[in-house]
Design a binder for this molecule. Structure first.
Ligand code: HC0
Length: 589
């Protein structure tokens, strides 16, 4: 322990902490802009400067380790004046038309300006606003350079968390800007649309492309039947955006809110998450049989999950020669969309052209996925509009609903029933766990050999995890799997996907099945989830997901009665002809 003082009060601090962390431990907030718990320290915004008694210059609290005997002042006159000047300078270069900004009310620069009561514009004459670019071409993300404070959180996010490097710094001095390769539109570079830059941006420089008005118009149109589906991770994120603690579970209230917003039918992406397990599990077992029994060398193992659209865009860009590893299953969002305008339309006696299919996702890449040209197997655009968790909160606020007063209600039926296996799709490792619960039982006739069905080796927040399950005494049909150790890997965050893909590429990966999710923590940490995000918040959302699963009566995808009915009435069998047409896809090199 080190003995220091903060603002004149003696404190003991563990060795290795920064001044920022030491102050935080003592309940003293030091403002930051470029600092983020998910990222390496940059120390470039200088908003977190503090005075260390005896030193002439001010120190950046995020980048300065505590030393024995340090006397730190976090709020001296010198500190306050310096901080205020920095905020004023940032504002002088910033398009501060806050009332028209998408991040109005949730902007770190706005909050600082408010705290420091920046009422004047002393620097405006010195640094005139330039001609800035606003890139609106991407279906997922808007990049507005007039709101950028050049903190480079987005650049570090894209490099460190995602390993994509779509964003970079160009030029010097007052011409410095955050841009892309050859300053192309985000749509035209390697951007995966994951939106991690959006939920790490402190201002409105990077925001989701919103489809709020389009959805209100559809709801208001009496000739349209508007169906909404909600992704697994939204139910553990939405509450935060409406003032509740991270990790609040709001499934029933969210359904109640969606009904009051005027959606004609409130359904669940979890239904098609269960369906995905039936299709993907069968695909995995088919590949194993071909490889192990038929010795078919054209079969690609390991098989990789295909439900995270950011991950799909990543592998298409970075490992195009390995696309055959991907499961051919569409994501649950897109399976849902294809079924709504076919199976659901028929069952409800609706004309598909009169159905508007909306999905609520924790993800910005889902907007991109819905707009992929191949996603119209129903004969129409399968999913018309994708809103993020944040956009749903905006709808709820605009409608004047007091979320906390809403009584929980259940999803509508057809396509509203789901199991715990589907809920855990929202956490890293969840798709793997759901698949193992079903595949093991199909093969052996018994439940997976883990207490309460909790396959704990696949859970957690390590970037890359490995697990295996030994198959013993399988049913006759699966005798070839007797004694086989089913080897799995899980990667979340694209930088970790790279590690695993490099080992696949080099032939060293001896896994059978790999789950890839583009975002840290899986979808619960998606680019469309409430801001802020950090490891503690994601951990609480994950705990909420697993609690939700543990409390459900049905926890295995193959036990979903509505999925069973879907196969009986419409699809007939997993990987059958109808499934092939509606639920499976091809990828683009
Ligand atoms: Fe996910 Fe999904 S679990 S990608 O993370 O598979 O976004 O929540 O909706 O589609 O179900 C996101 C979350 C989904 C899909 C599901 C999958």
């Amino acid at each position: 322990k080190l003995n220091i003082s903060i603002n004149g009060f003696p404190v003991e601090i563990a060795k290795g902490k920064t001044i920022l962390e030491a102050a935080d431990e003592q309940g003293i907030k030091i403002p930051t802009l470029c600092y983020h718990k998910d990222l390496c320290v940059a120390g470039n915004c200088r908003v977190c400067v503090v005075e260390v008694v005896g030193q002439n210059r001010l120190s950046a609290a995020c980048a300065t380790p505590v030393e024995e005997g340090m006397e730190i002042l976090t709020n001296s006159l010198k500190v306050r004046n310096s901080r205020k000047h920095i905020i004023e300078l940032l504002l002088a270069e910033h398009n501060a038309d806050c009332t028209k900004c998408y991040r109005n009310g949730n902007c770190e620069l706005q909050e600082l300006a408010s705290e420091y009561k920046i009422m004047t514009q002393d620097f405006l004459e010195l640094v005139p606003l330039k001609n800035y670019t606003i890139d609106m071409f991407s279906p997922s993300i808007i990049k507005d350079d007039s709101k950028c404070i050049r903190c480079q959180r987005c650049v570090r996010t894209c490099a460190e968390l995602q390993g994509v490097n779509a964003l970079t710094v160009a030029h010097k001095g007052d011409k410095m800007k955050i841009t892309t390769f050859f300053e192309k539109a985000m749509r035209d570079v390697v951007c995966t649309n994951c939106g991690q830059c959006v939920n790490h941006c402190p201002t409105g420089a990077l925001v989701e492309k919103n489809y709020i008005e389009e959805v209100w118009e559809a709801i208001a149109n009496p000739n349209k039947h508007v169906v909404v589906q909600t992704a697994p991770a939204v139910r553990v994120g939405l509450g935060e955006e409406l003032g509740l603690e991270p990790g609040s579970r709001v499934t029933g209230q969210m359904v109640a809110a969606l009904k009051r917003l005027g959606f004609d039918s409130v359904l669940d992406t979890d239904f098609t998450a269960d369906l995905t397990i039936m299709e993907e599990g069968t695909e995995l077992l088919t590949r194993l049989k071909k490889a192990l029994v038929d010795k078919d060398e054209s079969v690609s193992l390991p098989m990789a999950t295909s439900c995270s659209p950011g991950w799909i865009k990543y592998i298409e860009h970075m490992y195009p020669e390995h696309l055959e590893h991907l499961s051919t299953c569409k994501s649950p969002q897109q399976m849902f969309g294809a079924l709504v305008k076919t199976y659901y339309a028929k069952a409800r006696n609706l004309e598909p052209e009169n159905i508007v299919s909306v999905s609520i996702m924790p993800c910005t890449a889902k907007k991109f996925e819905a707009y992929r040209p191949e996603m119209h197997d129903s004969g129409y655009r399968d999913v018309d509009y994708v809103l993020t968790t944040r956009e749903l909160a905006i709808l709820i606020k605009q409608a004047g609903l007091d979320f906390n007063k809403l009584k929980p209600v259940k999803y509508d039926r057809l396509m509203g029933e789901s199991t715990g296996a589907a809920v855990i799709f929202g956490a890293t490792g969840g798709v793997m766990e759901a698949a193992l619960r079903t595949a093991y039982e199909i093969v052996t006739g018994r439940e997976v050999p883990f207490k309460n069905l909790d396959i704990t080796p696949v859970r957690g927040m390590e970037g890359v995890r490995e697990a295996s399950v030994k198959i013993e005494n399988p049913l006759k049909e699966w005798a070839f799997l007797d004694g086989v150790e089913l080897k799995c890997a899980i990667a979340h965050g694209l930088v970790n996907a790279k590690t695993v893909m490099d080992s696949v590429k080099s032939g060293k990966a001896d896994y059978h099945f790999i789950e890839f999710m583009a975002c840290p923590g899986g979808c619960l940490g998606g680019g469309g989830q409430p801001i802020p995000t950090n490891p503690e918040i994601r951990k609480k959302r994950a705990e909420a997901i697993y609690t939700e699963d543990s409390e459900l009566a049905l926890r295995k995808s193959h036990e979903n009665p509505e999925v069973q009915k879907l196969y009986r009435d419409f699809l007939k069998e997993p990987l059958g002809e109808v499934s092939h047409h509606l639920l499976h896809t091809k990828y683009t090199k």
